[in-house]
Structures are given as structure tokens and as C-alpha cells.
Write a protein that binds this ligand. Structure first.
Ligand code: APR
Length: 263
């Protein structure tokens, strides 16, 4: 393990454009359960996953009912506002501050990378603390709307201040397209990077899981290092997409790597 920590620190220090791809495993040490790990939300409650697969369809069929469900607490989307960043998030901030880490592309909707201080974060699956217009993709802070008042006055769903379209959560639901701006920006980051840290993800959900595979294709053309940090091996490990796999907690391993880089 130690030699892999030192190797990762050395390769990060020598990289020209390192990015991190993160998943729910980054946030379990902040008290937010992941989905497919031993205590994952889907692992423990498969029905919750089936319900989540219905969210987007429900929104399209009846935006008002979607909003009432979200606001009356029946939604699987819980309020993570009390969660705090953990040492894994802070280690990525430290790597960004050294100028080594250029971007975090996260599947997490919990806003913990931003709360930790990461400046360049792409919320690939959206952000629980934002609303997005279904028609023009404009994003709004929920504080711009008095949602409880709209609920009380039976005036849901909230409408876009730009195009008057219906708003939904910025969270990307199953079967919903990745917002074009984030999808494009993520592809550009993958194209630019020469080192990819993949932290705390089972790498089983597409199209996000395509990003490491696209990076691996660049290996033939030029130097490209893919380092996986996860509690358990994933398809990326088994398929040899990652150059090496550091087993363990992101909240422990990332600070050790960042500490070695600083030396
Ligand atoms: N440190 C390292 N790895 C961890 C930790 C930790 N502290 N905690 C959990 N893990 C690992 C788990 O073993 C698992 O392999 O992180 C991985 C998390 O995988 P998932 O639960 O599948 O989460 P993720 O990959 O982010 O899921 C992708 O699926 O449900 C959708 O939209 C949702 O964004 C999510 C997407």
C-alpha cells in the first residue's frame, strides 16, 4: 500500500493536468450512505432504487405531483445540508491548491466538494442544492423561489425565470440526459488530462463510467495514468482500465497522497 501511495504522489507531482472522478464512496465518511456498497441505499432497499428509476418519468408525467412528493418528504432524495466534507474532500482541495488537480468530475449530488472548497467541480449527476429548467437548462438557487408558499397556494411546479418552463431538481435522474454543458465540459477535461484519479465509485453507471474508458484509450497515443482508489475492486480494476488500484478509504488514502505530494 505505502509504495502505491508514494507512486501516486510522484505521478501526481509529475502530471501536467490531473483530474479526479468521484462517486458516493467519497461521502460515506461524511455520513452519507453510498448506493451499492455493503450498506448502500440500493443494497439495503432495492425498492428505493426502483422508485428512483421512476422519478424522471413521474416528473415528465406530472411535474406538480413530483414537486409535492419532493416537498412532503416522500422523495428518496434526502436533505444532505447537515453533512460536512471529510478529509478525502479536503485532500482534493489541497491538491487543487498546489495547481496539480485541475478539476473534480463528481457523480455526487451532495455539494460536499464545493463545501470543502474545490473551485472547479463538474456535477455530472447534478446538484441537490440547485433547480434546473426542464426546457432551457437554466439553473437557479432554490432560495430564489418561495417553494413552501407555492406548495401552500397550490401553485407548484416552480417556473423558469428565463423561459417560464417547468423547473425540476438539478439532480439527474435515471434515464435523464446529463445536462449538455456538464457533459461537454467533462469530455473536455478527460481529453485534456494526463492523470485521472478515480475515487469512491463502483464505476457501473453510464455514461459516467465511459469517462475512464475514454481516458484509457488515450494511453496508446500518449502518457496517461489512471489511478483507482476504492474500498473494493471495480470493473475498471478487473478490465485493467486503471493502471493500479489502491484499496481502502478515500478519507484515509487521499490525505496520505496529498501529504506526500506536499513534501
Ligand atoms: N472509501 C473508498 N471507497 C468507498 C468508501 C470509502 N469511504 N465507501 C464506499 N466506497 C466504495 C464502495 O465500495 C463502492 O464501490 O465506493 C463505491 C460506491 O459505489 P456506488 O454506491 O455504486 O456509488 P457510485 O459509483 O457513486 O454510483 C453512481 O449511481 O445510483 C446512481 O446516481 C447515482 O451517482 C450515483 C451513481
Amino acid at each position: 500500500m505505502d509504495e502505491l501511495i508514494f507512486k501516486a504522489a510522484r505521478q501526481l507531482s509529475q502530471s501536467k493536468y490531473a483530474i479526479a472522478l468521484t462517486g458516493a464512496g467519497m461521502s460515506t465518511e461524511s455520513g452519507i450512505p453510498d448506493f451499492r456498497g455493503p450498506n448502500g441505499v440500493w443494497t439495503k432497499n432495492p425498492d428505493a432504487e426502483r422508485q428512483a428509476y421512476q422519478s424522471y418519468y413521474k416528473f415528465q408525467q406530472d411535474p406538480k405531483a413530483y414537486w409535492i412528493e419532493r416537498m412532503t418528504g416522500l422523495s428518496w432524495l434526502k436533505d444532505f445540508s447537515s453533512a460536512r466534507p471529510n478529509p478525502g474532500h479536503l485532500a482534493l482541495v489541497a491538491l487543487e491548491k498546489t495547481g496539480i488537480l485541475k478539476c473534480v468530475v463528481t457523480q455526487n449530488i451532495d455539494n460536499l466538494h464545493q463545501k470543502a472548497g474545490s473551485q472547479r467541480v463538474l456535477d455530472y449527476h447534478g446538484n441537490l442544492f440547485l433547480l434546473r429548467c426542464y426546457h432551457c437548462d437554466a439553473r437557479f438557487d432554490p432560495s430564489e423561489y418561495d417553494l413552501p408558499e407555492l406548495l401552500a397556494r397550490d401553485e407548484l411546479p416552480p417556473c423558469c425565470k428565463k423561459c417560464n418552463g417547468v423547473l425540476k431538481s438539478d439532480v439527474v435522474h435515471f434515464n435523464e440526459a446529463i445536462p449538455p454543458d456538464v457533459a461537454q465540459a467533462s469530455l473536455e477535461e478527460v481529453e485534456r488530462c494526463d492523470l485521472m484519479l478515480i475515487c469512491g465509485t463502483s464505476a457501473t453507471v453510464y455514461p459516467f463510467a465511459m469517462l475512464p474508458r475514454m481516458a484509457a484509450e488515450k494511453k496508446d497515443k500518449r502518457k496517461m495514468t489512471i489511478i483507482e482508489i476504492n474500498a473494493e475492486p471495480t470493473p475498471l480494476t478487473r478490465e485493467g482500465i486503471s493502471d493500479y488500484f489502491i484499496e481502502g478509504k478515500t478519507g484515509v488514502i487521499l490525505p496520505r497522497i496529498a501529504g506526500e505530494v506536499k513534501k
